[in-house]
Ligand binder design. Structure first.
Ligand code: ADP
Length: 301
């Protein structure tokens, strides 16, 4: 097969590993820089071009779209879909999971465990919002943040009020969440491919840090997850409509709660921590499932 990887940098670990795994399994693996793609949106004949040439003959794509170019990246994925090319994660599913609020709203409808979360527009509603989530300490998150940036722990009511006032003043969208203290600064990343968790790792924030992001100096190690955690991760990916997903869970007193469902999960941390060949599993999934025109709008809204 000819499997295109949408990536802005062919030297990134995840991109390199996917190319390597695909080539090993006998596929052609072009890396397509979605930032450089441009599109001709014509009735019955949609096409994608790069440096003066039309991209043709692609059987499937693996989108690796960074958060900073979600809009353009997903429009390129959608254009491939319009051309009948199979995308392992479809554009609508990527868009759903990119919006933290939309994601938790969709997950809540399906009864997936979540930290209690409040969202409001007016600072007049702060009092009620804090009450929803059980009062301070609370976590306040910018909807647009990634890698732990814009995720704040407010230990007291007055700290929470100040942060909310500051975010509101900047016209930033944020949500307020119950603080899962018992997670102890660690979370669990479950790598889902199809309907299986193929690898799981525990990430621990550095001393004194409640955020476990590896980019913030956290460390990772292999972990055995419970059947409940496994099914929560698989169901979360399904609700989003993602075939490949990194589902982040916290261990709370009321069972596993989902933080985030990531549509372009990094492979470096998880492959190193678990010694699993996740890249090959993604390629195998494509071999079994890719069909011309098979990408449809799935998931739940
Ligand atoms: P990002 O997408 O920027 O990584 P997350 O929502 O995943 O943001 O939050 C970053 C980290 O902060 C999480 O991995 C987790 O360790 C910690 N965290 C986030 N929300 C909570 C919460 N409600 N309770 C406890 N810890 C949290």
């Amino acid at each position: 097969m000819k499997i295109g990887i949408l990536s802005t940098n062919k030297n990134l670990y995840s991109t390199r590993r996917l190319v390597e795994a695909g080539v090993e399994r006998g596929h052609e693996m072009p890396v397509i820089n979605h930032k450089r793609c441009y599109m001709n949106i014509t009735s019955h004949n949609p096409s994608i071009h790069i440096k003066g040439e039309a991209i043709t003959g692609i059987d499937a794509i693996i989108p690796r779209i960074g958060a900073s170019i979600s809009f353009y990246g997903t429009s390129v994925v959608r254009q491939f879909e319009m051309m009948g090319v199979y995308s392992v994660n479809e554009s609508v599913a990527i868009t759903r999971s990119r919006d933290k609020l939309r994601a938790v709203q969709l997950l809540s409808r399906r009864g997936i465990g979540l930290p209690v979360t409040g969202f409001a527009n007016s600072p007049d509603d702060t009092e009620d919002l804090l009450q929803f989530v059980g009062g301070a300490p609370v976590v306040i998150k910018l909807l647009e943040g990634t890698q732990g940036v814009g995720v704040v722990l407010a230990e007291t009511k007055s700290a929470a009020e100040s942060v909310i006032e500051a975010f509101s003043g900047l016209k930033a969208n944020f949500m307020v969440q119950e603080f899962i203290k018992e997670a102890g600064g660690s979370d669990i990343r479950c790598l889902v491919v199809g309907d299986k968790v193929v690898a799981a790792m525990k990430r621990q924030g550095r001393e004194g840090e409640f955020r476990s992001n590896l980019h913030r100096g956290g460390s990772a190690k292999l972990i055995k997850i419970t059947p409940e955690e496994r099914s929560t991760a698989v169901r979360s990916a399904k609700v989003m409509g993602l075939n490949v997903a990194g589902v982040d869970l916290l261990r709370s007193n009321h069972g596993p709660v989902v933080m985030e469902v990531n549509s372009s999960p990094g492979l470096e941390g998880i492959e190193n921590a678990t010694d699993r060949d996740v890249a090959s599993m993604i390629i195998e999934f494509i071999e079994k499932n890719a069909k011309q025109g098979k990408t449809r709008t799935r998931g739940t809204g």
